[in-house]
Design a protein around this ligand. Structure first.
Ligand SMILES: NC(=O)c1ccc[n+]([C@@H]2O[C@H](COP(=O)([O-])OP(=O)(O)OC[C@H]3O[C@@H](n4cnc5c(N)ncnc54)[C@H](OP(=O)(O)O)[C@@H]3O)[C@@H](O)[C@H]2O)c1
Length: 355
């Protein structure tokens, strides 16, 4: 049987994505073959395509951090899972494919009746948001938080989960996304028109308890200035390393996995050394999952439960067929996307496997 997958042929722009057709992979011992129903498209995918994300594999590779699919075939020695079961996983790369083989331990059961695109939004974006809120920042009701890129994939997840945690929320976004941010319970701040540090102090007086900074670089230091005494910046992204979806430095073509992350160390140290007890703490879903895999599973299951109870509702910006991954990257790179872009196998109709 043959299948389609997307590969990155060189580190660079969306033209680096190519569609290939090849024999379906066979599961090895301890592996399960999954037919992918939905794969998320995220800024970390674009950063890996450009070669600047710390997790970037060598070329050629198949991108795709997160997926929801159907168990299709079991390798030797697998028990406790059946063909036809719906599962989710965070393989970090490889999800842009019709079929993927993964170790059994990577698979988390998805409750029946969920939409595949909504379910896949939880795997990267909502787990990231949930763990930053409840494990890194340990928020308590009534605290004030600032969410950068509040209408984006992770940002909109932070707003929905922050509302459930009864936080007072401010969110930076461009002006046309202001209504999306206020609909989700945040007070929008147009970061292109206003200095968000001044705006936060104007709106709150002493500053916020927590800033979730996905922008990275020198922006982290500005986020620190928006804190009240004893507050913390949770630094989790490097959005500033891309401009228009491509390398901001304008020197594509190489694998620079640690560009941009050295500055985190500087700011973490600064947070400890300078007065004001304002800390900068880094967050990484992949490192927390490697160190404490049970937490990832537990948090994702808790989020599936919230989705089933309709307490959260992921914003799906657009669904693309798998073969149009390049267009999906172009759209996300251009900006202006509210919520999550999702690749579906042959267009939206295939998702009926989970509907
Ligand atoms: N550490 C982790 O475990 C982890 C996990 C997942 C994602 N991430 C990181 O999280 C970040 C967001 O990812 P995503 O997939 O949610 O991206 P996304 O959906 O593209 O959202 C990013 C948002 O950032 C906004 N933005 C861009 N520049 C900004 C600035 N200077 N100030 C404020 N907002 C700005 C954009 O809004 P406008 O279009 O309105 O400008 C966009 O809505 C990325 O850096 C990614 O690598 C980290």
């Amino acid at each position: 049987m043959r299948h389609t997958r997307i590969i990155v042929t060189h580190y660079g722009g969306p033209d680096a994505l190519q569609v290939v057709e090849e024999e379906c992979p066979e599961p090895k011992d301890g592996e399960v073959r999954v037919r992918v129903l939905a794969a998320g498209v995220s800024l970390p995918d674009l950063m890996m395509r450009e070669g600047i994300h710390p997790e970037t594999p060598p070329l050629p590779f198949t991108p795709g951090w997160d997926l929801v699919g159907v168990v299709d075939r079991l390798g030797a020695g697998i028990s406790g899972i059946e063909p036809g079961q719906i599962v989710a996983a965070l393989p970090i790369s490889g999800a842009y494919a019709e079929f993927v083989c993964l170790p059994r331990r990577e698979l988390v059961p998805v409750p029946p009746g969920l939409d595949a695109a909504e379910a896949v939004s939880l795997v990267l974006n909502y787990v990231t948001a949930y763990q930053m809120l409840h494990r890194s920042a340990r928020v308590i009701p009534g605290q004030r938080v600032l969410i950068d890129g509040a209408a984006g994939g992770v940002g909109s997840a932070l707003l929905q989960l922050g509302r459930l945690a009864m936080l007072k929320m401010y969110g930076t976004c461009s002006s046309k996304k202001a209504s999306a941010v206020s609909d989700l319970g945040g007070i929008p701040i147009d970061y292109r028109q206003f200095d968000f540090v001044k705006e936060i102090h104007r709106l709150t007086g002493e500053g916020v308890d927590v800033v979730f900074d996905g922008i990275g670089g020198t922006h982290i230091w500005r986020s620190r200035k928006a804190l009240c005494l004893g507050g913390r910046v949770v630094a989790y992204g490097l959005t500033s390393s891309l401009r228009g979806g491509q390398l901001a430095s304008g020197r594509p073509g190489r694998r620079h996995r640690f560009r941009g992350i050295a500055i985190f160390g500087l700011y973490i140290a600064g947070g400890w050394l300078l007065p004001g007890r304002k800390r900068v703490v880094p967050y990484s879903i992949q490192w927390l999952k490697r160190l404490r895999p049970a937490l990832f599973r537990q948090d994702l299951i808790a989020l599936f439960d919230l989705l089933q109870q309709q307490k959260i509702k992921p914003l799906i910006a657009q669904r693309f067929p798998l073969a149009e991954a390049r267009h999906a990257h172009e759209l996300l790179g251009k900006g202006g996307v509210t919520g999550k872009i999702v690749l579906v196998r042959n267009g939206p109709s295939l998702e009926s496997g989970v509907a």
